[in-house]
Design a binder for this molecule. Structure first.
Ligand code: C2E
Ligand code: MG
Ligand code: MG
Ligand code: MG
Length: 288
């Protein structure tokens, strides 16, 4: 592997006009080894049922602790991993690790669904989908998947076929970042998804903008008409939360409720809420 890496760097440097190895290339190179060196870890962000305040599930997000650059956000390395063909190995690691962490949380009395993000590049890969399905089934783990609509572009037929495999096996499929990309009614019509996650860009301005409330409300109604549940992403203020409740939003996720946390912290968070006997969210429940 190190020879392969060395030759890769060499070939990138070979042409006369080539710049020296950039920081970006170095980072991409480090990513190859990040898994075996144990530099990846998971954080989990609670998802709250709007009506009851119950934490029903978590979204599992990957993090990279780089020895020199510190904590690196997935926004800064998932794209790279996709281009380098590393995304499959990373996603396999994420799923296995998520199942392990879910099991240990379950052993502490907090069994709940974990939702992992599946990259566009993998969604249409039949072999990968089958591996995922087998892994989830073998573990009997309540794992859901989140996909963005852009996932459908490269190979819509392949992606759709695999999504049906998941849905038929009872795996909950959520459409992520809805509204941020190429949201098309054609996808809403076809995708076997049970959940629609409205992108943070529409939620953050909810209590201050004129248009966002209209867009969010009509999206909620649309999703409900299609028998999908709606999750709002990026709920970070009490006024936003109150508005979403009025609008009939089903689930909420955001810094107001909880930030993404490593397993130990998540467990403590859930224990505290249970002990309090009520949702420890700093907001009134006028419409509950
Ligand atoms: P996403 O799936 O839409 O995840 C939600 C992102 O919003 C997370 O960023 C989360 O930390 C952030 N967030 C949650 N609540 C709030 C809030 O109230 N305010 C603000 N400002 N941000 C909030 P994160 O963890 O950096 O992840 C970014 C993206 O990276 C994810 O977007 C997802 O597309 C991708 N990603 C993360 N983990 C994985 C993974 O394991 N596999 C794949 N393929 N993609 C991943
Ligand atoms: Mg997501
Ligand atoms: Mg999202
Ligand atoms: Mg996002």
């Amino acid at each position: 592997r190190s020879t392969k890496r060395a030759s890769l760097l060499q070939s990138q440097n070979a042409p006369a006009e080539a710049a020296p190895v950039t920081q970006q290339q170095q980072l991409a190179d480090d990513l190859d080894a990040a898994i075996v060196r144990g530099q990846l870890f998971l954080v989990h962000q609670p998802k709250m049922r709007a009506r009851t305040g119950q934490i029903e599930a978590v979204e599992t997000l990957v993090r990279w602790r780089h020895p020199e650059h510190g904590l690196i956000s997935p926004s800064d390395f998932i794209g790279m991993a996709e281009q380098r063909g590393e995304i499959r190995r990373i996603t396999e690691w994420v799923l296995r690790q998520a199942i392990n962490e879910q099991r240990s949380l379950g052993a502490c009395g907090h069994m709940m669904p974990f939702n992992v993000n599946v990259s566009a590049y993998l969604l249409a890969d039949r072999e990968f989908a089958q591996w995922m399905l087998d892994t989830i089934r073998t573990a009997s783990a309540p794992i859901g998947i989140e996909i963005t609509e852009t996932a459908m572009i490269a190979d819509p037929a392949g992606a759709l076929r695999n999504l049906h495999l998941f849905a038929d096996a009872g795996i909950r499929v959520a459409i992520d970042d809805y509204g941020a990309g190429l949201s098309s009614l054609a996808y809403l019509k076809q995708l076997p998804a049970r959940e629609l996650k409205i992108d943070r860009m529409f939620i953050s301005g909810l209590s201050t903008s004129h248009r966002d409330p209209l867009l969010v409300r009509s999206t909620i109604d649309l999703a409900h008409a299609l028998e999908m549940e709606v999750t709002a992403e990026g709920v970070d203020s009490a006024s936003t939360m109150a508005l979403l409740r009025v609008m009939g939003c089903d689930l909420m996720q955001g810094y107001l409720i909880a930030k993404p946390m490593p397993l130990g912290e998540l467990r403590a968070f859930l224990d505290t809420r249970d002990a309090a006997g009520e949702p420890a969210i700093p907001v009134a429940f006028p419409w509950a």
